[in-house]
Design a protein around this ligand. Structure first.
Ligand code: G
Ligand code: G
Ligand code: MN
Length: 532
């Protein structure tokens, strides 16, 4: 069940981890595409403006030449000149000449019909006039634009004004600055067009992007549907998506790797517990006053099949999570009793401290198991101390019951890693304890500052007030030792004395210390011990 839940949680994390890079890429691609398209559209509007101006100026140039030519109206030279300019001016379809308000002749020749001079729709800044929807005298009857200056006019195809090479999805329009439409490429949204003619600006709607460009003669409008945005988005996305995919794959790989490591650690731990692949190290505990080795703390060691060591602070939490801790604690007890039986029988003042996990403490199960295992070994319960961390006291009622039972059975009970957890003084007072182990972090602070951490001193005072004896953990320097001795801390362990040792080495160490410092005094024993 736990496994299924872990896998589900990991899968969810992997999914989120994978989705995030892709979403980020999509978002950036989208906003990049939108910006890029808007910019491109604006450039298109600018180019349209230039195109309109070129067409207009070509017409204007031709008109000026005609007006300045020293020829009499509709003379053969005049007609020839008009025909020549109609042919050479790119945007011109027809050139015309007015006299007395009538069109008298054109580049096609003399006019029979008396066509009146049109009423202009617009006057340009150069003083030329524009008339929309004019039909030529000859040729097809397309609706043209008449540009007139003086007596001459030029009929132009308005499409020349929007003759810009661009994306086929982009539609263009050109108008006068006051909003009179000159030409358009069938804009899909005529309402939008009207709006832009009244109020030129750039922007977007749900379905389109649009941009305008303007100078003193013309207003150019470019409109693109968002579908074209989508294509450029797709192109951008195609370019960027591999990045997102790589990110996603990396996230998934990391999640899978972590989960497999976690799951494989669980599986490996389960089989290690089944196969009993653990052994114990023993870190000597020294009476600080005399230097005698009074016992050791048993520390579990797991060497994997490949020879690598896993630290207990890594696998103990996993064992606690998976319920393997009970079997592991049982195994630890077997190992300790087996390793230390001879030493403990030989030296009744010696003890071994066993670490209990939180579950072991609150359930009280470990104690029953221990009592059963001790029967027939010849080891006194007084020689086995139990260490419980503050996490074991969260269930204060359960802790009190099982600790009291442990003391009744003759064991000495210590609170481990004191000061780093969340135990309150009130709890401490309520618990039936014998000893307090001062965490290494408080010992570390001794002598490193000009004044020793007041907390360390406080913890020592507190232990004394509560009638507990103290064990200092992680003593590394003689300065620390001197301080602890001056504060009458009873016991200590640490690299200054010895690292955790395999059983035979610890037995040798213990023996050597005994010879060096003499026999342990009787009061080294558990104050609760019942003498036989
Ligand atoms: O010496 P070492 O690095 O192995 O200790 C790491 C931590 O692992 C210690 O703080 C101790 O609380 C925990 N630990 C060591 N051995 C045991 C054990 O046998 N049982 C439990 N529950 N914890 C242990
Ligand atoms: O159960 P507990 O948390 O007390 O376990 C003690 C841990 O501290 C073990 O991992 C042990 O190897 C480590 N240790 C013991 N003495 C010293 C010491 O003097 N210095 C350092 N750095 N670690 C120590
Ligand atoms: Mn400990």
């Amino acid at each position: 069940m736990k496994r299924v839940r872990t896998i589900a949680a990991i899968a969810l994390a992997a999914l989120l981890g994978a989705a995030l890079p892709i979403l980020v890429v999509v978002y950036f691609t989208w906003s990049r595409s939108q910006d890029a398209d808007q910019q491109r559209l604006h450039q298109t509007a600018e180019r349209t403006l230039q195109r309109a101006n070129r067409a207009y100026e070509a017409g204007l140039l031709a008109l000026r030449k005609l007006n300045q030519a020293p020829v009499s109206g509709c003379s053969p030279e005049h007609l020839r000149l008009m025909r020549g300019l109609a042919l050479t001016t790119h945007s011109a379809e027809q050139v015309g000449y007015f006299e007395d308000g009538r069109l008298r002749c054109t580049s096609w020749g003399m006019t029979e019909d008396l066509i009146p001079e049109p009423t202009p729709d617009h006057v340009t800044a150069d003083g030329a006039t524009l008339t929309l929807g004019v039909r030529p005298v000859a040729g097809d009857n397309a609706s043209l634009l008449a540009l007139q200056l003086g007596r001459h006019d030029i009929l132009m195809d308005p499409n020349r004004f929007v003759d810009v090479i661009t994306d086929p999805n982009v539609r263009l329009a050109v108008a006068t600055p006051d909003g009179r439409l000159i030409a358009q490429q069938a804009l899909p949204d005529q309402d939008l067009l009207q709006h832009l003619l009244r109020e030129p600006h750039s922007g977007s709607t749900a379905r389109t992007l649009y941009a305008t460009a303007q100078d003193q003669e013309w207003l150019a409008i470019a409109v693109a549907p968002r579908t074209s945005l989508l294509t450029s988005f797709r192109q951008n996305a195609l370019r960027l998506l591999p990045l997102g995919v790589v990110g996603a794959v990396m996230a998934i790989a990391a999640a899978v790797w972590l989960s497999r490591r976690r799951l494989s650690l669980r599986n490996e731990l389960a089989s290690a517990v089944r196969r009993r692949e653990f052994r114990m190290d023993y870190q000597p505990i020294i009476e600080l006053d005399t230097g005698i080795c009074v016992g050791a703390e048993a520390l579990v060691r797991w060497s994997r099949a490949d020879g690598t060591q896993v630290r207990p602070d890594l696998f103990i939490p996993v064992a606690e999570e998976t319920g393997l801790i009970e079997a592991l604690t049982d195994h630890v007890m077997d190992l300790v009793l087996n390793d230390m039986r001879e030493l403990l029988i030989h030296d009744r003042s010696a003890h071994i401290a066993i670490n209990l996990s939180a579950g072991d403490v609150s359930s009280g199960r470990a104690l029953k198991v221990l009592s059963g295992k001790l029967i027939g070994t010849g080891i006194h319960p007084q020689q086995i101390w139990l260490e419980a961390t503050e996490r074991g006291f969260l269930d204060i009622q359960g802790a009190r019951t099982s600790l009291a039972a442990a003391r009744r059975a003759g064991h000495c009970v210590a609170i481990d890693d004191f000061g780093v957890g969340y135990s309150s003084l009130q709890y401490l007072q309520q618990l039936p304890l014998d000893a307090l182990k001062i965490d290494k972090s408080f010992i570390d602070s001794i002598g490193t500052h000009s004044a020793t951490s007041p907390v360390t001193s406080h913890i020592i005072d507190m232990a004394k007030t509560l009638g507990l004896f103290t064990v200092a953990e992680g003593i590394e320097t003689s300065a620390q030792l001197a301080y602890l001795q001056s504060r009458q801390v009873e016991f200590g362990q640490g690299w200054l004395f010895s690292r955790p040792l395999p059983a035979p080495e610890f037995i040798a160490y213990h023996e050597q210390r005994r010879r060096q410092y003499g026999k342990a005094p009787e009061d080294m024993r558990n104050p609760n011990s019942i003498e036989e």
